[in-house]
Design a protein around this ligand. Structure first.
Ligand code: XMP
Length: 322
């Protein structure tokens, strides 16, 4: 019988069997898949698991704190947090090309994760396994087999160097996204984690059009937090696949506020509905919700004086702007 409880029992037994008494490492991204995979492995082998969370400074407001606090509270997992914001923002200085940004972020991520994994491996010499939150659609997309772990190598932790050899533990390999959510709920993860929208590995780094700076990250985090809060308040989280907010950091337009002329930046709201992110349609959010978001962002985020709505489907647009 397919129930979340049965899936958990089977997965726990399989992980115990595979891992034995060896140590396991798992990279947390803040997303659903890695969180559920880690929670399952934690349930199976307890403190043989160490999780690593790389805070690259490109996360949404409150996201790092949520992983540190809520995820640990829900699972009791042993967590190493690496605060690498300075390193990432530094490496991105002066860079505007989207693919170059992605490469830099991917490279820094692997470097940082690798260093953390080495520290863990040094203090416990029987680390043999690495957890990946690979889902069934990822397996199918890559034609199954060994390639599965590599499909997302630029944003997961696939491409680790040869001298760090791990066998993969992939407890979600047979599951679809909705099943992963059911399993997460069964494991006691909070709704904010289980129902979290997909978020790209490079984070807000690819939602700032132009150079990524600390100041711009703060502006986008504020606008993004307002959009998210209002979507949640309207009860629409589960009707929307994803809701990127994009800062057009190199564009300015004239506005007026109070008695004064403003010359600020636009943000783009990009709510989309989708089944699998391969295709998407722009979400028909209620006007009242859009109005509330627009009013709040322009009132509360000083540097933003214009809010626009992206009404492009995918194709021809992609979900993200970079
Ligand atoms: P696009 O923009 O290609 O995005 O329509 C499709 C889905 O993939 C996410 N995305 C990424 N996820 N690393 C990731 O982990 C990336 O570099 C990346 N680029 C896009 C995007 O958020 C959407 O869910």
């Amino acid at each position: 019988d397919w129930t979340a409880a049965n899936i958990v029992d089977d997965a726990v037994a399989a992980v115990r069997e595979q891992v034995g008494d060896k140590q396991v490492i798992c990279g947390l991204s803040g997303g659903v898949d890695s969180a559920v995979a880690a929670a399952l492995v934690q349930r199976a082998v307890g403190d043989q698991l160490t999780c690593v969370f790389v805070d690259h400074g490109l996360l949404r407001e409150g996201e790092a704190e949520q992983v540190k606090r809520d995820f640990v509270a829900a699972t009791g997992v042993d967590l190493v947090v690496v605060d690498a914001a300075d390193q990432f923002v530094g490496a991105l200085a002066g860079v505007t090309d989207p693919e170059t940004k992605r490469k830099i972020i991917g490279r820094e991520f692997i470097r940082t994760f690798e260093a953390a994994a080495r520290d863990i491996t040094r203090s416990a010499d029987d680390v043999e396994f690495l957890v990946q939150g690979t889902l069934y659609p990822d397996v199918v997309e890559s034609g199954g087999g060994e390639g599965a772990a590599n499909i997302k190598s630029h944003h997961n932790v696939g491409g680790l160097p040869d001298d760090l050899q791990f066998a993969l533990v992939e407890p979600l390999r047979t599951l679809f996204k909705d099943e992963v959510r059911a399993v997460g709920a069964q494991l006691g993860l909070p709704a904010e984690i289980v129902w979290r929208h997909p978020f790209p590995g490079p984070g807000l780094g690819i939602r700032i059009i132009g150079e990524v700076t600390r100041e711009r990250l703060t502006i986008l985090q504020q606008a993004d937090a307002i959009a998210r809060a209002e979507l949640t308040a309207a009860g629409l989280d589960r009707d929307v696949w994803q809701f990127p907010v994009v800062l057009l950091a190199d564009v300015r337009s004239v506005g007026v506020q109070g008695d004064g002329r403003t010359y600020g930046h636009p943000v783009v709201l990009r709510p989309v509905s989708s089944e699998d992110a391969m295709t998407a349609d722009w979400s028909r959010l209620p006007y009242e919700v859009l109005e509330k978001i627009s009013t709040r962002i322009t009132n509360e985020v000083r540097e933003v004086n214009r809010v626009v709505l992206d009404i492009t489907s995918k194709p021809p647009g992609t979900i993200e702007w970079e």
